[in-house]
Ligand binder design. Sequence first.
Ligand code: DGY
Length: 322
Amino acid sequence: MSKPFVYVTRQLPDDVLKPLREQAEVECWPYTDEPVPRETLLEKAAEAEGLLTMLTDQVDEELMERAPRLKVAANLAVGFDNIDTKEASKRGIIICNTPDVLTEATADLGFALLMASARRIPEAAEYIKNDEWHQWSPFLLAGSDVHGKTLGIIGMGRIGAAIAKRSKGFDMNILYHNRSRADEAERDLGAVYASKEELLRHADFVCIVAPLTDETKGMIDKKAFQYMKSSAFLINVSRGPVVNEEDLIDALERKEIAGAGLDVYEQEPIGANHPLLQFPQVTALPHIGSATTATRKKMVSLAAENIALVLQGKEAATPVKQ
Ligand code: DGY
């Protein structure tokens, strides 16, 4: 009997894919840094029983319609807003993501972005590189305190809780807003539940960790920025469209907030002429939340394991609730 065909939409480490190769014929799009063209993805999906996809691939109705054998799509991310999970559910296609293995790395990056924004680290590093440092001066590149301040977490899931845990080392107060109460974070970290408005009004750092859904799309808008303190920072390590970017640009122009630390954007990738990059008080990163080599390898391994399990007729390790 021939092995099932699995298509992987980027070149990924061969050693990590090895266990999957033992039970499936695995083909990878040959580039790591370039997304697979839509037409190629549709052609390959037509033959595939499994897909290992990136957040840059749209796994939508059109694709599923053209993929009659597809049993499983495993996304190399915890977020899965690039996948039409309702359509997959109708067709009995299992969708998987990669939670847990990326929690700590993403929380590290989120907290680094908070620190970098508050203490103006990218600006200060550029200052030296541009040969602008001619003397010490009392308020040279003076930033904002982090210790003792209030962190507001919107989306107290695993990554939110891991960021909150880091903030305890900085004696921060934690407010959070979430669909449901996070008992563990309340008990173990002293996190205090707040309405969205209360959180926005009191937080010195508003950290977005909520997934992109119909409910969260554009939730940080003009009104939200008006609630925020003019000394507060917005940190987003979730998905760009959770924040209304036009309203963010407006808020930065009007100095309604002090700055932003962003890892994600409405449309990705962004170019050097993007309006957000004109603000010195914006620290912008190219969607690298979970990007450590060790974490990315664990994510690949988990995605491959999920595909292997479903192709063996077993339950996936981390299926998305559909
Ligand atoms: C995720 O896992 O959703 C991240 O955005 C990828 O780094």
